[in-house]
Design a protein around this ligand. Structure first.
Ligand SMILES: NC(=O)c1ccc[n+]([C@@H]2O[C@H](COP(=O)([O-])OP(=O)(O)OC[C@H]3O[C@@H](n4cnc5c(N)ncnc54)[C@H](OP(=O)(O)O)[C@@H]3O)[C@@H](O)[C@H]2O)c1
Length: 273
């Protein structure tokens, strides 16, 4: 992986996770700086991960060749507007992990057309099991792409999309989907409890089944999902009875409708900030 001088503007949960992933994968600590409005998170990052920290966004930007904008979307405009205009930003690579902010809007906020990658991470990135969608503007080089793949690879898997609209598909499939799985598990847990298991046992039954199933999916990339299902579904058996009930209730249609709702909301949110 390439090692560039890297700044994080905003040192919240997502920054902390990415930095932890980078440091544990051997990225030189002295090349990473994080800036934050208040001090406590910076002190923790410095003590625990050994990176440089500052309360000055300008100091972080001046130091780095690559800059991750990691504040909340509604803060982004004010944060960018406050950058010291005398700092030469030419040649610097920008990455934004702010949910819902389109590249054109980010360029407006930065006041120039810099190489810019929009990143859509998801919450499991906080545990190093993320799935991030990446979209680059025309000024991003192949080498920049490799670099960003490495940075986000520190907290999970990455997928480049060639059309910015496809980021909304990433949101529907990976950004929002941990909550779909939680909802499905909750429904299963509640039914376990209705069958008489206590809450803790119900949770263990469903969460371990989910973990095992996810592992089977990941460890058998050569098998289609439908084949994996067929392998565990004997004709006339209990699994077949349950799966047929889900199919008869149009699970596929329900899921499609939910994912389209996420895409529609992502479209609306692109105009919010
Ligand atoms: N967490 C997720 O799962 C997730 C998933 C997808 C996308 N994202 C995106 O990732 C970005 C960061 O999210 P997060 O969860 O890490 O948020 P967070 O924990 O709230 O972190 C945001 C940080 O920005 C700092 N900040 C605010 N104003 C600032 C300023 N003017 N200068 C410097 N720092 C400033 C805040 O400092 P204080 O401590 O002083 O308030 C805070 O530490 C967001 O845009 C979010 O949309 C997050």
């Amino acid at each position: 992986m390439q090692h560039r001088k890297l700044a994080f503007i905003g040192a919240g949960n997502m920054t902390r996770s990415i930095v932890a992933g980078l440091v544990s994968s051997g990225y030189p600590k002295e090349l990473i700086i994080a800036s934050n409005r208040s001090r406590p998170k910076l002190d923790a990052l410095q003590e625990e991960l050994g990176i440089k920290v500052t309360q000055s966004n300008d100091e972080a930007i001046a130091f780095a060749d690559a800059i991750v904008l990691s504040v909340k979307p509604q803060m982004m405009e004010d944060v960018c507007a406050a950058f010291d205009q005398s700092i030469d930003l030419s040649g610097k690579l920008f990455m934004s992990i702010a949910a819902g902010l389109p590249v054109a809007r980010l360029q407006e906020m930065l006041g120039g057309k810099y190489p810019l990658v929009r990143i859509m991470p998801n919450t499991p990135s906080l545990l190093g099991q993320g799935m991030s969608g990446l979209y680059a503007n025309a000024d991003v080089s192949d080498s920049d792409r490799d670099y960003v793949t490495g940075v986000m690879g520190a907290v999970g898997k990455t997928l480049w999309v060639e059309k910015e609209d496809d980021i909304n598909g990433v949101i529907a499939a990976a950004g929002s989907s941990p909550a779909y799985f939680f909802l499905f598990l909750q429904a299963m847990q509640e039914e376990c409890m209705a069958m008489g298991f206590n809450q803790q046992d119900s949770r263990q039954l469903v969460q371990q089944a989910m973990l095992g199933a996810a592992q089977m999916v990941c460890e058998n990339p050569q098998l289609e999902l439908s084949e994996l299902r067929a392998q565990v579904t004997s004709k006339g058996g209990t699994t077949a009875a349950a799966v047929n009930s889900l199919i008869d209730s149009d699970l596929q249609g329900i899921v499609a409708k939910a994912m389209q709702a996420a895409v529609a909301r992502a479209d609306e949110m692109a105009n919010l900030f």
